[in-house]
Design a protein around this ligand. Structure first.
Ligand SMILES: [Zn+2]
Length: 125
């Protein structure tokens, strides 16, 4: 069966969305993604790089390394919570609505881990 591109409800073969609301939400999502995907990509790159370097720095400068890992995790978590941009493969598999939920859950986990890592760094290192 074909599924609504937004909410993944089953639809007939000549439709793309189950109702107008889903089409509007899908269009809004793609507009939002077009506008912010470049900025998100840059932030993502910087944060992932910082985490990578931080893990290396941690072996000789524990405090600096820990912050270089923990703070980008918090930033990425907040960023993806506010602007969830799921990967296309995820959208194809789960459709937009569920992909947004999954992305937000991952963002929340990242944010929580980042906050815990920051607190641990402040207290213990
Ligand atoms: Zn729908």
């Amino acid at each position: 069966m074909k599924k609504c591109e937004y909410c993944a409800k089953e639809i007939s073969y000549h439709e793309m969305y189950c109702r107008d609301e889903c089409q509007t939400k899908a269009n809004d999502f793609y507009d939002m993604r077009d506008k912010i995907s470049k900025i998100i990509g840059v932030f993502n790159g910087i944060c992932v790089m910082s985490i990578g370097i931080g893990l290396f720095v941690f072996s000789f400068l524990k405090e600096v390394g820990a912050y270089m890992v923990a703070i980008p995790m918090v930033i990425l978590g907040i960023l993806f919570l506010l602007f969830p941009v799921p990967a296309d493969v995820m959208i194809q598999k789960y459709k937009i609505e569920k992909s947004l939920k999954i992305t937000r859950i991952i963002a929340l986990i990242l944010l929580a881990l980042g906050i815990i890592a920051t607190i641990v760094t402040i207290i213990a290192i």
